[in-house]
Structures are given as C-alpha cells and as structure tokens.
Design a binder for this molecule. Structure first.
Ligand SMILES: Cc1ncc(COP(=O)(O)O)c(C=O)c1O
Length: 402
C-alpha cells in the first residue's frame, strides 16, 4: 500500500552496492550463456566440505536432531569452539564466552548492535570487506575509514588509526588476515593498535575468518595481547577453514557479559542455529581432515602460480598475500585505472576480476584476483591476463577501454 511508513533503518539499508559486483554479475551471465569466462571476482571456494562432515550432518538429522537448539549454541559445540579458539589465538576462553551464530557475518552484525549506539564511530581499515558498510551503518553507527599503507604492501597503520579516534569513537573493526589485501597484522602492529584501544577505552571487533589460512607468517589475535581480552570480541567461522561457507556456522568469543547480551539478541533475531548443523560443526572441530590439508596446500600453490606470473608481467605487480584467498594486483603500470583494467580484461579475454577502488581509496589502481577456482582455470586466466596486458597499445599511455 502506498504511503505506509518504513523505519529510518530501511533508508540506510537501501544503499545500492550492486555496482561493486556488477562486473561479476555480467561475467556470470556470459558464463551461463555458454561463453568461455573465468570468474575470479568473488571468493566462493571451489573446495567441497569434507564428506565425513556431510555424513555427520546426515546422521544427526536422521537421529532426530531437528528440533530447536540452545539459543547461544549447544554446549558441546561451544566447548569445542573454545578449544579451537585457544589453538588459533592462544587466548583461553570457556564455553560461556562463546556464542554461536549463522556465520561470522551474523556474529559481526550482532556484535556491532551490542557494542555501539547510533551515531557512535567505528574505525575500519580500508580497503575493507564490502559487507562492513552494512554491518556498521545499518545499526546507525558511523564508519570512519583509515587507509592501510598501500605503498608498503597494505601494512596496518596504527598511527593512522590513532589519529582517527574522536570522542565519538567506540570501536575498531579489525580484519586479519585481511580481505581483500591478504595482509596479516604483525605482533608489533597489533600491540600498537591495542595501545590505541586501551588509551581511548575502545572495543575491538576482530574478524579472523582467514586465521587458518596464513602463509609463513604467524597469525596473532589481538585478544591475546595484554589487557585486551576484556575489550575484544573475536569473530570466526568454519566457512574458510573447513570449506563450509554454505553451512553458516560462525561464532563470537569475548567477555562473558557480551556473550550474555549477544544471547539475548539471538533470542529475538535468529533463535539458534539448527541442531544438525551444530553437530556437523562439532564433528568438524574435533577431527582432522586430509581434505583440508590439501586445500591449504592448493591455496599456497595457487598463490605462488598467480604471484609469480603477475610479477613477471610488465605493467603488473603484486605483493604475495600473507593470508587468505585473494591476490591484490597493482595495475597502475598499465596506464589504466582498476575499473578500466577489469572491464577491458573481461571484454578482451573473458576473465573477471574485481576493481577495488570502491573498497577504499587506498586500493585504487588494484584489482582483486580470487584463488578459488581450479588450478587449470587459474593458469588459463594468467595466460589471458598476460595476453591482455601485452596487447595494451602502450603501457602507461593507453586510454580506457571500458
Ligand atoms: C573478511 C570476511 N569477514 C567475514 C566474512 C563472512 O564469513 P561467514 O561465511 O562466516 O559469514 C567473509 C566472507 O567472505 C570475509 O571475507
């Protein structure tokens, strides 16, 4: 009916972010129409959930575990998450500090709702994972972007974070290993960020969904640093570590009062994650899977394949990601901006990558390449990228093709 009023929240929700993914949607349409297109624009891994986990879910369902679950998550799963969290972060937590959500995404959203009030500021490093806009702004908080140091391989910049603090700042939303840059925050950087948080009495919401996908660097969790446990909530999930992105199993681990608030919120919001899903999660966290070891090896090999070929291609450059499943490619040497480069590449060679200026100005001139397709596709994509760059009339002097 016309004229009915909607909440102010709906206006904040109604931000058109489709332009960010437009190139992917267009590439997808072409692929569906039978064209030879390789999709490197999104991070939907090609690995399947280990079949023993699928079997565990089936057994659970058949065993009648289809009723309502404990709102905050079933105790055995929360205990297993607490142990997993300690292995990953070295921070000791117990089950009462853990709340289960439908993925890290849901956990992030709930944490913002429970930690900040409308009008409060949250510092977000940029470039940023795109859903952070909704996570921060939908509850009415204000996103304050702080650039990662692009010239230094997108290093975290604690001084810049410190300078961004105002009397309205309530939290820092941190993501390490970082999407899209693949940067992993070092212990020194995190110590300095922790000092900013303590000095200004801020919360830290630490998104660590790529914690089990690091390459030769240590993953440090800010919650494990002195004086940080009481002001940090760590968010993680099984999506990346166990190739379970569609199952929607994530969690928040933080101070006990926060866990209580989050549980109260879940009661009116999600009402718990399905029992059989949680059973699959428990099974996943209490066993080793050879498939996951080969998945990690595959990401490492794909990273080497892409980085070696990109760095050998005049006009392109990339820093080797320290974690995660993406490579940020600097395309400025071609004379094109990120959007021109990406659209031109799709047009000329049928490869879609994501221009990243929209993720934050410091990522202008870069495109994000996903390592989430089979090796043979990735190798073919590299050949096409090389051909495209070689075919550009004159590196640096070329005008746009989009
Ligand atoms: C940085 C980051 N945080 C959170 C998420 C959401 O993860 P989940 O599938 O657990 O909701 C993603 C998904 O790609 C991500 O890249």
């Amino acid at each position: 009916m016309e004229g009915m009023r909607y909440a102010a929240l709906t206006r904040r929700l109604d931000v058109d972010s489709s332009h960010v993914w437009e190139i992917h949607y267009q590439a997808r349409r072409r692929l569906d129409a039978g064209e030879d297109v390789i999709l490197l624009g999104v991070g939907d891994p090609d690995f399947e959930t280990p079949s023993a986990i699928v079997d565990a879910a089936e057994r659970s369902m058949r065993g009648g575990r289809t009723g309502y679950a404990a709102t905050e998550g079933e105790l055995p799963l929360r205990e297993a998450i607490a142990r997993h969290h300690e292995r990953l972060t070295t921070q000791r937590v117990d089950a009462e500090q853990v709340v289960v959500f439908t993925g890290a995404q849901n956990a992030l959203f709930a944490c913002v709702l429970c930690l900040v009030d409308p009008g409060d500021e949250i510092i977000v490093c940029e470039p940023r994972y795109v859903t952070y806009d909704g996570v921060v702004e939908t509850p009415g908080a204000v996103r304050v972007g702080v650039p990662l140091a692009a010239a230094e391989g997108f290093r975290f910049d604690p001084d810049a974070i410190g300078r961004a603090v105002t009397p309205r700042t309530r939290a820092i939303l941190l993501n390490t290993p970082h999407n899209p840059t693949g940067r992993v925050a070092s212990r020194e950087e995190l110590n300095a960020i922790a000092a900013v948080a303590k000095r200004n009495d801020l919360w830290v919401i630490s998104d660590e969904v790529y914690a089990s996908l690091t390459y030769d660097v240590e993953h440090v969790s800010i919650a494990s640093l002195p004086g940080m446990a009481e002001r940090t909530v760590t968010v993680n999930s099984l999506s990346k570590s166990h190739a379970m992105q569609g199952w929607r199993i994530g969690w928040a681990a933080g101070p006990r009062p926060l866990a209580r608030h989050l549980t109260n919120l879940i009661l009116g919001m999600v009402f718990g994650v399905a029992q059989f899903t949680q059973d699959a999660g428990l099974f996943a966290l209490t066993r080793e899977f050879e498939e996951l070891e080969s998945m990690r090896r595959a990401y490492r090999a794909r990273r080497a394949l892409v980085c070696e070929r990109i760095n050998a291609c005049p006009g392109l450059a990339c820093a080797w990601p320290q974690g995660g499943m993406f490579v940020m490619v600097d395309v400025r040497g071609t004379g094109l901006d990120d959007s021109e480069f990406a659209w031109g590449l799709l047009e000329a060679e049928g490869v879609s990558v994501l221009p990243t200026a929209t993720f934050g100005e410091s990522a202008a001139g870069h495109v994000r390449v996903s390592l989430t397709v089979p090796d043979s596709d990735l190798a073919r994509a590299c050949e096409r990228i090389e051909r495209y760059v070689h075919g550009l009339a004159s590196p640096r002097g070329r005008t746009g093709t989009a």
